[in-house]
Design a protein around this ligand. Structure first.
Ligand code: 4AD
Ligand code: MG
Length: 484
């Protein structure tokens, strides 16, 4: 069965293959004039033209060569007579591996909406758009591991099931093997988690950071790359209930080292895709261009996809403090004209509309905002000294904001001072009993350290230009949806 030549290998190295008899297998993208099959096997953006001699072919077989049928073809590879392709395969044998009855098949050979395709996630990867997105997604994942390996980091597998809330935001999915209709109860009537599988309450992880800190304080430089879960009911084009996060954590790093790492890392991922996935990027670039033709001018992007990616790689990210961001926003046109939906006030979190203004209007490039008010950030972020012209307490936090996406990275320098950390935890109602080990890291051989989390899907969205996060993960999990 496996004696086949892949379409990519043929299209990229046909000089050495012309005149040879080859077997190819794949899915029919189109069948023209009862003669020309455009065959795609997923290895490449492009299709191989397979030429069928319909007069010689069994009629039953001929009838089954249709859109998205799976076929095996054997024949000689020759230089193509027609325009549009360099080579074609003259099929001597055609076998239908899996027919597709078009009357019942949900996909049709025409443009179909993203919303419709989302419901057909078991077939959507056969389309040009989704196969391009998922090849690039793989490429970015590879580039993540390559970057860290090349730079001396160790990949740490942090647990999926935990007993702690790393972000202290309470957005967790409970893990239990109780019969939920009748869980054992204590005498007081509360659910008795001592009788549960782990003998305590547990949940799916929201972040591997706290365990990554354990790794950093022994191995120096570590990173995690795994699924994380958030039970936040945000039905937006940027939120998933299950998403993948990459979290480097580095000993002896401060917030400035952390920002340098974030910028260099983002650029290296984009660079890798520009270098290795140009066919996919060109296809996606044209796809956006076509979509934008029907949009009003002010909604169109002012740069194409590839141009945007090059721009990000070639230019330095802007770096500002939260306080500077607030001052800029309050001086901005949309603020003065009352165009922002949410208020801008020192101490309040920046909303997506504010971030978009800074990135897309003011600086027109990625922006790293740092030193946020302590009251709106997580308990583990390092408290800054009082600063001049800053009205309240800040922490050494940073968010990296990207055009069209908003926040792709959130990170910080970590609070390494035991007394300050305990004070913060008390203030924010983070229970010490749950995190006794996190506190001990500060007690024994601690040191300054920092790290961040990159939302993998948001980066895939940025690099592919896809408008909705549900279209860059194979099987999205969102409120009300866990199909497939
Ligand atoms: O800013 P967040 O919540 O930071 C943390 O979890 C830290 N523990 C990271 C660290 O310092 N090690 O999440 C990090 C990133 C966000 O910037 C965003 O890109 C992504 O994760 N993210 C989501 N992506 C998709 N769907 C969601 N619901 C997301 N929530 C966060
Ligand atoms: Mg964040």
């Amino acid at each position: 069965m496996s004696k086949r030549t892949e379409v990519k290998a043929i299209l990229e190295g046909y000089e050495g293959l012309i005149g040879q008899e080859l077997t190819v297998m794949g899915w029919v993208r189109a069948f023209r004039s009862n003669r020309f099959i455009a065959l795609n096997d997923g290895t490449s953006m492009n299709t191989l033209q397979v030429v069928v001699d319909f007069e010689q072919l069994d009629e039953e077989v001929l009838k089954q060569i249709s859109f998205h049928a799976c076929v095996k073809a054997t024949g000689k590879l020759v230089e193509s007579q027609g325009a549009g392709q360099d080579v074609e395969l003259l099929a001597e044998q055609i076998e239908i591996l899996g027919a597709t009855n078009l009357e019942e098949y949900p996909l049709q050979p025409k443009q179909q909406s993203m919303e419709f395709l989302r419901e057909k996630a078991h077939f959507r990867m056969r389309t040009n758009t989704f196969s391009a997105v998922f090849r690039i997604r793989h490429g970015i994942a590879y580039a993540v591991h390559k970057y860290f390996n090349d730079n001396g980091y160790f990949y740490l597998h942090t647990p999926i099931i935990t007993g702690s809330d790393a972000e202290g935001a309470g957005e967790m999915f409970r893990v239990t093997n109780f019969d939920i209709d009748k869980p054992p109860r204590t005498e007081e009537g509360a659910v008795d988690f001592e009788q549960d599988f782990f003998e305590k309450p547990t949940n799916l992880t929201v972040s591997g950071q706290l365990q990554a800190e354990i790794g950093a304080l022994a191995l120096g430089k570590v990173y995690t790359f795994g699924p994380t879960f958030r039970a936040e009911k945000s039905n937006t084009s940027r939120h998933l209930a299950e998403f993948w996060m990459i979290e480097p954590e580095v000993a002896f790093y401060d917030i400035f080292d952390n920002m340098d790492l974030a910028e260099d890392f983002c650029k290296s991922l984009i660079h890798h895709i520009l270098e290795h996935y140009s066919a996919e990027l060109e296809f996606l670039d044209q796809r956006i261009e076509k979509m934008e033709r029907n949009m009003p001018k002010e909604q169109r992007r002012n740069m194409g996809l590839i141009e945007t990616l090059r721009f990000v790689v070639d230019n330095e990210f802007e770096r500002i403090t939260y306080t500077e961001a607030v001052n800029l926003l309050r001086k901005s046109k949309p603020y003065k004209k009352g165009k922002f939906e949410y208020g801008v006030e020192w101490g309040k979190d920046l909303q997506a509309e504010h971030e978009r203004y800074l990135v897309e209007k003011k600086f027109k490039k990625p922006v790293i905002v740092r030193d946020y008010p302590a009251s709106i950030k997580a308990f583990y972020m390092r408290m800054n000294d009082e600063q001049e012209n800053v009205p309240g307490k800040t922490v050494a936090a940073m968010d990296v904001l990207f055009p069209g996406i908003g926040e792709v990275i959130g990170g910080s320098q970590r609070e390494e001072r035991l007394d300050v950390l305990r004070e913060r935890m008390a203030e924010m109602d983070v229970p010490e009993e749950e995190l006794w080990w996190y506190l001990e890291l500060r007690k024994f051989g601690g040191c300054p350290h920092a790290g961040f989390g990159l939302g993998f899907e948001r980066m895939v969205q940025f690099i592919t230009g896809m408008g909705n996060i549900r279209d860059v993960i194979a099987f999205p999990r969102t409120p009300g949806n866990a199909e497939f």
